[in-house]
Design a protein around this ligand. Structure first.
Ligand SMILES: NC(=O)C1=CN([C@@H]2O[C@H](COP(=O)(O)OP(=O)(O)OC[C@H]3O[C@@H](n4cnc5c(N)ncnc54)[C@H](O)[C@@H]3O)[C@@H](O)[C@H]2O)C=CC1
Ligand SMILES: O=C(O)C(=O)COP(=O)(O)O
Length: 528
């Protein structure tokens, strides 16, 4: 199984993948056709910010299970396109936070004390002491745009240096801001009050060009630091604002287009300090993100929960062993339910009863949907199952009750068009042995794999014999059988577990007997 790595990551991550038995291939400079060729047989792709993972690249990778981002920002990955194709996207949201925050602090000081400019002059042999008069951070106001992980770390560090903190982040609580000693306000007020403004949002349609000419005017006399993403700040407007003295300076680690064009107007302005996207480039951060990403990839390829997945149902690692057997059970129940259902599905309901109702079941529900949609969609998995339901206008509901009848836990999948429905309930015997225990209210006991025949019949003598004979005549061996009925002489439902496939004409043969209401064959083998 090939893991393709297209941006440099620390050896510790590569080693971890190799130790887990994967074939690790690095292609750090691959582009275009070479990149498409390299990814064509990969089951996992690991990138940093240097690889654009778009729909075209995903289409070139039919076997891809996961894209791992060894870092935080995922603006270079088309997550919707990955979700459409059932590909997990996971990042490493913690490993480089300190590095990014330290770089931000360094950049703020670099700009405030003109360190790079003075350095260059001295290297050139010039003692330009009288030309540089800096600004202290202590006692000044820091405006923070985006008070997430990095923003909070910067708030702590620069708060300790003696800066007053004011922040704009519509998605953070007052309580959290209070704990950091930051005052929350709107963007305009933050810019009006700040002596230094530092940006720490992701690049999204909402944040693109959030700081343009008008906003930069509000920061008059101040400094702007951007170690988050290029494209949040309008680069031309910034170059102009620093050049004409509206701003005292700026420090940038990130750019709208990377590598930065040598002709960028930013490079013509002395008071603009630049670094080539180095925020995460420390030994510790790179080791952290590489190993964390390798762990996510290994988990995905072993069908274990991917803790930092951005587009798949999350599940707690400690709880995973408890829900794991239900994941398969729910999928099979979904497959059986849809296999027995004839109408148009408007709704899929997944009911949890007993102990399982205490667990986080998003992944189990997604797995039930995977079972339901498998006959309809070629590439359905727990990543895109919810989206497929939404696209098809199918409502998905989940219900939980701590009460369960005779079983400790029960998972039921119900498919319905609002009028008719098929309900399939499953449980686990002895903790991990899956059984289908009810179909449409009939109590059954079926081992849910292999070949299954479900017959509804009038409860009259000889039916079981008839089915046995027809199957026997076609050399189809019965491995197990369970007969459930409502009332004596009423309707009955019988489930047969069989050793081989039941051809359509054999099903027709069985159905032609007037005692049989309906016979349906289901192939529950697991190959795609
Ligand atoms: N230069 C570098 O090498 C590095 C850059 N980064 C970048 O730093 C940025 C922040 O990373 P984290 O703090 O880990 O992300 P995060 O997701 O923890 O925090 C982002 C914060 O921005 C806020 N936000 C989102 N939209 C907003 C809007 N329209 N207005 C105001 N606030 C908004 C969110 O509520 C959140 O609190 C990301 O862009 C990331 O890619 C991160 C690490 C290294
Ligand atoms: O983690 C992030 O968001 C970063 O910007 C780091 O990017 P990089 O991995 O150094 O290309």
């Amino acid at each position: 199984m090939k893991v393709l790595v297209t941006d440099p990551i620390a050896d510790a991550g590569l080693d971890r993948l190799r130790e887990a038995g994967f074939d690790v291939v690095t292609a750090y400079d691959a582009e275009g056709d070479r990149l498409h060729e390299a990814v064509s047989d990969a089951v996992a792709l690991i990138v940093r910010s240097g690889t654009e993972v778009d729909a075209e690249l995903l289409d070139a990778a039919p076997d891809l299970v996961i894209v791992g981002r060894a870092g935080i920002g995922v603006d270079n990955i088309d997550i919707d396109a990955a979700t459409d194709r059932g590909v997990i996207v996971a990042n490493a949201p913690e490993g480089n936070v300190r590095a990014a925050a330290e770089h931000t602090v360094a950049m703020a000081f670099a700009a405030a004390r003109s360190i790079p400019q003075a350095h260059v002059r001295l290297k050139d042999g010039e003692w330009a002491k009288s030309e540089f008069l800096g600004t202290e951070l202590n006692g000044k106001t820091l405006g923070i745009v985006g008070l997430g992980r990095v923003g909070q770390e910067v708030a702590k560090k620069l708060g300790n240096i003696g800066m007053d903190l004011v922040a704009y982040d519509p998605y953070i609580s007052e309580t959290r801001a209070d704990q950091l000693g930051a005052e929350l306000s709107d963007l305009e007020t933050v810019l009006d009050r700040a002596d230094f403004c530092t940006v720490h949002t992701p690049l999204t349609p909402e944040t693109a060009n959030m700081l343009g000419e008008e906003q930069l005017q509000r920061l008059e006399g101040g400094y702007l630091v951007n170690c988050a993403r290029g494209g949040i700040v309008d680069e031309e407007a910034l170059a102009a604002a620093v050049a004409d003295g509206t701003l005292k300076g700026a420090a940038l680690d990130v750019f709208a287009d990377e590598p930065l064009d040598p002709d960028s107007p930013l490079l013509d302005v002395d008071e603009v300090v630049v670094t080539p996207h180095l925020g995460a480039s420390t030994e510790a951060a790179q080791e952290n993100v590489a190993t964390s990403t390798a762990d996510q990839v290994v988990a995905a390829l072993n069908e274990e929960p991917v803790i930092n997945a951005l587009n798949a149902p999350s599940v707690d690692r400690a709880a995973f062993p408890r829900i794991r057997p239900y994941i398969d059970l729910a999928e099979t129940a979904g497959r059986i339910a849809v296999g027995l259902y004839d109408g148009r599905i408007n709704e899929v309901e997944v009911e949890y009863a007993g102990d399982i109702a205490e667990e986080e079941v998003d992944l189990v529900t997604a797995s039930a949907l995977r079972g339901v949609f498998r006959p309809l969609e070629s590439r359905v998995n727990t990543v895109n199952a919810n989206q497929i339901a939404e696209e098809r206008g199918i409502d998905v509901t989940e219900s939980k009750t701590s009460q369960s009848d005779v079983f400790q836990s029960r998972v039921s999948v119900i498919v319905t068009d609002g009028d008719s429905e098929v309900r399939v309930c499953g449980t686990l015997f002895a903790g991990d042995d899956p059984r289908i225990v009810q179909i449409d209210g009939y109590r059954v006991d079926a081992i849910p794999h292999g070949h299954m025949l479900v017959a509804r019949n009038h409860d009259k003598p000889g039916v079981i014999g008839l089915i046995g004979t027809v199957l026997g005549d076609h050399d189809i061996n019965i491995a197990g059988m369970f007969n459930g009925r409502e009332t004596i002489g009423g309707e009955a439902l019988t489930v047969y577990s069989l050793d081989s496939e039941v051809p359509e004409d054999v099903v027709d043969d069985i159905e032609s007997d007037e005692r049989i209401i309906r016979a349906q064959y289901l192939d529950l083998n697991n190959e795609e």
